[in-house]
Write a protein that binds this ligand. Structure first.
Ligand SMILES: Cc1cc2nc3c(=O)[nH]c(=O)nc-3n(C[C@H](O)[C@H](O)[C@H](O)COP(=O)(O)OP(=O)(O)OC[C@H]3O[C@@H](n4cnc5c(N)ncnc54)[C@H](O)[C@@H]3O)c2cc1C
Length: 345
């Protein structure tokens, strides 16, 4: 019997894949409604299409470009090689839970897992998010976390994502409908105050706020162990998140595929998900650590450099999930970026 703690998309996808192997799977979810409250912006690259076919009804919108706004208000506009999706986050998780149940998994909502919940399970999967109870009670290393407050606001937009590096680690305005956007930021500390300042900078008033919905984001730890005997960590509980963008949905699903295969074959999960994800997660972490030490003048200069055709094309033709495929080309086109290595600690 396999117990999965957490009916987030990662736990549900693992449950579906394991149930399809005819395993006896139960998902425990502490909340009454799966996927609610949501704590995510829900931006996905088209790499999701390599994992599952998303029904259109799960999307708020598809987005073709992002603007990176420098502190001096220079703007770098990058057209994505493939449109990005903005998910209806709650419905997406409910869809993943329905798929798991259809495949034969049992789902117990309003059921908070504790070590005494299910003593006779042969396998335990902690897919219980950044504060993983499984990780803590089963003595895994806990992860450092970013704060990521976010608000849904009345805000007209042109269906382009805006990001503002240097406000927190970075901040975003992501279109949801024509006249509503998700506004948030990632920071190590003081995030509520920083978000308030950011909203003021965007001239968004308190009365424009429709909902507050942020959360915490785990910081990838290259050394993390995610398997002890028959206990495994998955998704945010395992820190499988890109440190530059806080994106973890696709990474959690790729790890779920690896986990299901490893449980079936009795092979090493720590090794299997690392083969698929480690290099890119590691590079995202190193880039994050470098950008973390940037001063506003560095951002202004970097944006000018990336406005050059070769570098902008490099960003436009590649995909941030696979940073390893193109990051090494950046100093080839613009050797001066190597000076930023001084910031890498
Ligand atoms: C503000 C913000 C914006 C983000 N934006 C993006 C984005 O645009 N794109 C992207 O790819 N990623 C984004 N992320 C990251 C993304 O949301 C996470 O990587 C993803 O949700 C992790 O999924 P998960 O299934 O591992 O965990 P979660 O989604 O956290 O699910 C864990 C589940 O476990 C349940 N649970 C916890 N403890 C217990 C317990 N003891 N018993 C039973 N149930 C329990 C919780 O209720 C929850 O349902 C964002 C995160 C934040 C905070």
């Amino acid at each position: 019997m396999i117990s999965i703690v957490g009916a987030g998309h990662a736990g549900c996808y693992a449950a579906e894949l394991l149930a399809k192997q005819s395993q006896n799977v139960t998902i425990y979810e502490k909340n009454k409604v799966v996927g609610s409250p949501f704590q995510c912006t829900g931006i996905l690259t088209s790499d999701i299409d390599n994992i599952i076919k998303l029904p259109k009804k799960l999307l708020h919108t598809s987005i073709e470009s992002i603007r990176i706004n420098a502190p001096n208000q220079q703007i770098l506009k990058v057209k994505f090689s493939q449109p990005n999706y903005v998910l209806k986050r709650t419905q997406f998780v409910q869809y993943m839970a329905d798929r798991a149940v259809k495949a034969g998994a049992k789902l117990k909502t309003s059921t908070k897992w504790t070590p005494s919940t299910q003593k006779n399970s042969s396998t335990l999967i902690g897919a219980d998010g950044p504060y993983s109870t499984v990780a803590r009670t089963k003595k895994f290393q806990t992860l450092a976390l970013f704060e990521a407050p976010q608000v849904l606001v009345n805000h007209n937009n042109d269906n382009i994502i805006d990001t503002y590096p240097g406000i927190g680690e970075f901040s975003w305005v992501c279109p949801v409908t024509k006249d509503t956007s998700l506004v948030g930021l990632l920071a190590y500390k003081n995030s509520t105050k920083l978000l308030q300042q950011f909203l003021e900078q965007l001239s968004i008033k308190r009365s424009d706020i429709l909902e507050r919905n942020g959360g915490m984001v785990p910081i990838f730890n290259p050394y993390i162990k995610t398997q002890h005997n028959n206990t495994y960590l998955l998704g945010d509980a395992a820190g499988q998140v890109k440190a530059t963008t806080a994106g973890g949905i696709i990474q959690g699903m790729i790890a779920a595929q690896q986990l299901a295969k490893c449980i079936e074959k009795g092979s090493n999960y720590d090794l299997a998900w690392r083969k698929k994800l480690f290099l890119d997660l590691f590079l995202h972490l190193r880039v994050h650590k470098t950008l973390h030490n940037f001063k506003p003048a560095d951002w202004n200069k970097l944006i000018v450099l990336f406005k050059q055709n070769e570098l902008r094309t490099l960003l436009e033709q590649n995909n941030r999930e696979k940073i390893s495929k193109f990051i090494y080309k950046v100093p080839y086109y613009e050797p001066s970026v190597l000076e930023y290595l001084k910031y890498l600690r």
